[in-house]
Design a protein around this ligand. Structure first.
Ligand SMILES: NC(=O)c1ccc[n+]([C@@H]2O[C@H](COP(=O)([O-])OP(=O)(O)OC[C@H]3O[C@@H](n4cnc5c(N)ncnc54)[C@H](O)[C@@H]3O)[C@@H](O)[C@H]2O)c1
Ligand SMILES: *[C@@H]1O[C@H](CO)[C@@H](O)[C@H](O)[C@H]1NC(C)=O
Ligand SMILES: CC(=O)N[C@H]1CO[C@H](CO)[C@@H](O)[C@@H]1O
Length: 317
């Protein structure tokens, strides 16, 4: 662990980058934020300060748990990439979601990154094998993918490229734990990683049920928020089936035929551009959460997630 208490470079200081900066600084790491413009760094620093205060006010500090005033004093900013990476033991890149961009940008990162540093990308969709293959430090690269909002959803997927060293994956996981994130290690690359594969499986069936007019938009969301989601906040789908019978074997013995019948009935993959379905979704969603006020509803979601994060912490103690 002692080796891990070094400088963290946060590359890209937007929504996700400033969340990472908050998390690392709260946990007592010295952080340097990099972005391409001074103005962006000023905005980011303000956001990090607000984030740190939000953690303080809700008793949700990370790791060693520095108070906001101390954590903020451990953050510096720079528009010089070489300076940002100098001396950093861990680099978290959260810049543009584009393969073309990363192919070029990682050549720069590769030049300046310390030889033993971890080079992690927050990318939601691009596997590391697509943009790290020709780097001299490619064994030190991996995906460290957070769930939004990272301050209150601690799950983090670690996705290696085929050439990522095991030691790097293990060290990245240790660092994540030290800042209060909950890492899961994928054993190999899969398109969409795991979070989005599961999210999209669910979304696809929900979309089909609305498209087929089995249920209304409001009601299918209620199926999750007052039904399945209540359980999933505490027990995943596998723990759920274990608990829904006398253990998993009993569950599958009882329900396997039913499960297969239902799953075999799933329709083909939609295009997700069917205009009648989009109209239906938009009409119902805009009626309760008008797009013009979306910031307000995002803030409301965040305050609910804060309460859930607090509750989960309490229950885990
Ligand atoms: N938003 C989410 O829900 C979410 C969740 C998980 C992962 N991610 C991933 O995180 C990454 C960042 O997403 P975001 O939502 O923070 O985007 P964002 O637009 O808020 O931030 C991107 C930042 O990158 C900066 N940037 C642009 N060019 C750059 C360069 N050459 N070098 C360094 N920085 C540069 C921008 O100035 C901006 O501050 C993406 O790869 C995204 O897929 C996003
Ligand atoms: C939806 O996308 C498919 C291809 O992905 C295309 O063939 C089809 O015309 C599109 N439909 C609409 C309504 O845009
Ligand atoms: C790692 C590091 O620089 N930590 C410093 C963070 O800020 C506090 C208080 O401002 C210092 O005591 C730490 O040394």
């Amino acid at each position: 662990m002692a080796d891990n208490r070094g400088k963290i470079a946060i590359v890209g200081s937007g929504l996700i980058g400033s969340s990472w900066a908050t998390i690392f600084a709260s946990a007592g790491y010295p952080v340097q934020l990099y972005d391409i413009k001074e103005e962006q760094l000023e905005i980011a620093l303000k956001n990090v300060k607000l984030n740190l205060e939000l953690l303080d006010n809700n008793n949700l500090r990370r790791g060693v748990g520095l108070p906001a005033s101390e954590a903020i004093s451990n953050i510096t900013t720079t528009i010089n990439l070489e300076e940002a990476l100098k001396g950093a033991i861990y680099v978290q890149e959260s810049a543009l979601e584009s393969l073309e961009f990363r192919l070029e940008f990682y050549k720069e990162l590769d030049k300046f990154v310390e030889p033993n540093a971890i080079l992690a990308s927050s990318t939601s969709t691009i596997p590391a094998s697509k943009f790290t293959e020709n780097l001299k430090n490619r064994e030190n690269c991996l995906i460290v993918h957070p769930v939004n909002p990272p301050l209150f959803c601690p799950l983090t997927e670690l996705v290696p490229a085929p050439w990522t060293k095991q030691e790097i994956i293990d060290r990245a996981a240790e660092i994540m734990k030290s800042v209060g994130q909950q890492p899961v290690k994928l054993k190999k690359e899969a398109i969409g990683f795991v979070v989005n594969r599961v999210q999209f499986a669910l979304l696809t069936e929900v979309y089909r049920l609305v498209a087929d007019d089995v249920i209304s938009v409001d009601d299918i969301d209620l199926v999750m928020t007052s039904g399945l989601g209540m359980r999933y906040a505490f027990h995943g789908p596998l723990e759920t089936i274990h608990l829904n019978a006398f253990g998993v074997r009993d569950y599958l013995r009882r329900y396997r035929e039913g499960i297969k019948k239902v799953v075999d009935d799933f329709g083909p993959t939609p295009e997700f551009n069917e205009s009648d379905v989009i109209d239906k979704l938009e009409k119902a969603l805009d009626a309760k959460m008008p797009t013009s006020d979306i910031r307000k509803f995002q803030a409301d979601r965040e305050s609910k997630l804060i309460e859930l994060a607090k509750l989960k912490r309490q229950l885990e103690q």
